[in-house]
Design a protein around this ligand. Structure first.
Ligand SMILES: NC(=O)c1ccc[n+]([C@@H]2O[C@H](COP(=O)([O-])OP(=O)(O)OC[C@H]3O[C@@H](n4cnc5c(N)ncnc54)[C@H](OP(=O)(O)O)[C@@H]3O)[C@@H](O)[C@H]2O)c1
Length: 324
């Protein structure tokens, strides 16, 4: 089955703002006025950067990422209509008497979506992602739950996260709606998506940390590859590089040089490297720093001007060894 790419914004930046850093404590979700101010400033910076898609999950800060975002929406009339809200369900955090586990049962999907909508104060999730593969999931059950939510107008498009090509295909066979996205960890630090193409028929290919064939499956079926962890936690753009991480230090130096040559921030080079890939990878950025968020806006321009040799220089520096 071949589909048109879906869920891509028609205007503005291709970037998605990731809301995992918003809200309060991961322990109990507690937050205050300061967290709402941080969220307001982050959303404002994202809008300035042309970003119109916001990525959430029910578990972020035990729900308070969604709650503070809902507060931001309430304070900015008209904002909801200008943006797309993406949510995720499927992970259960540990709580007294419950171990951490995954749950993509129909009842859990429905309950968690309703709770997210309540916290966000909105009527529908524009995109719902299934957060992680649940070994106990039944594709037909997921399909029924999703179809019900779509029929009620509570969910728009549906996608996945951290799923391989085989898992996407199995789900798609049961779903009546096309999967529009797969959110995977992809960055200069997690470059397995590139290794998986390069290391076919090579012993090192056995330890690639990205499922073989997934990038190709997504391209063939118009499934948007969203990259979480796309800034690599800041390690190449001013954040700390671990002692002894020679490849990390060399990559950070190269990122700095390319940024200086172009007169852009280092974040734009780190993201531009991902966006230069022909699979139209969409970075999800998780920084809460308004300056860093705005700096990401130049990523597309960097991608457009990045030469093949610059792309490989960055890839090989981050790999820390040449390709075979
Ligand atoms: N699907 C999934 O399983 C999954 C998993 C994780 C995340 N996500 C999504 O993807 C988004 C992005 O992922 P992420 O937040 O893990 O990764 P990220 O965007 O690579 O990293 C963001 C983190 O790096 C820090 N950082 C960035 N630049 C820095 C610098 N120069 N110096 C110091 N620290 C710096 C940020 O701190 P500051 O805020 O201080 O800048 C923030 O803590 C999340 O918000 C979430 O929406 C999805």
């Amino acid at each position: 089955m071949t589909q048109e790419p879906a869920a891509a914004p028609t205007t503005g930046s291709r970037l998605i703002y990731g809301c995992m850093g918003l809200g309060g404590s991961w322990e109990d979700g507690a937050y205050g006025a300061a967290e709402v101010r941080v969220a307001e400033a982050a959303v404002e910076a994202a809008l300035d950067a042309g970003i119109t898609r916001f990525d959430h999950a029910d578990i972020y800060r035990r729900g308070s990422a969604e709650t503070v975002f809902g507060e931001v929406l309430r304070r900015a009339p008209g904002l909801r209509e200008r943006i797309l809200v993406q949510g995720k369900v499927g992970i259960r955090l540990a709580e007294p008497g419950v171990i951490a586990h995954y749950d993509l049962s129909a009842a859990s999907i429905r309950e968690r979506v309703l709770e997210s909508l309540e916290r966000l104060g909105i009527e529908r999730l524009d995109v719902l992602l299934l957060h992680r593969p649940d070994p106990l999931l039944e594709p037909a059950e997921v399909a029924e739950a999703v179809a019900g939510l779509q029929a009620e107008g509570l969910v728009g498009d549906v996608g996945a996260s951290n799923m391989s090509a085989a898992q996407l295909a199995e789900l798609q066979d049961a779903l009546a709606t096309p999967l529009v996205a797969d959110q995977m960890e992809m960055s200069l630090a997690r470059h397995g998506f590139a290794d998986s193409a390069v290391l076919v028929n090579h012993p090192e290919g056995a330890i690639v940390d990205f499922p073989h064939g997934t990038l190709e499956h997504c391209r063939r079926h118009g499934i948007e590859l969203q990259a979480w962890g796309s800034l690599a936690g800041g390690r190449y753009s001013g954040g700390a590089v671990a002692t002894g991480d020679t490849a990390g230090a060399e990559t950070a130096a190269l990122v700095s040089r390319l940024a200086e040559e172009r007169g852009v921030a280092r974040e734009a080079v780190v993201l531009g490297w991902l966006m230069r890939h022909p699979a139209a990878i969409t970075p999800v950025i998780g920084t809460t720093d308004p300056g860093r968020i705005r700096a990401c806006a130049d990523a597309e321009q960097v991608a457009a001007s990045m030469t093949r040799s610059e792309w490989y220089e960055l890839y090989l520096a981050a790999r820390g060894r040449p390709v075979p």
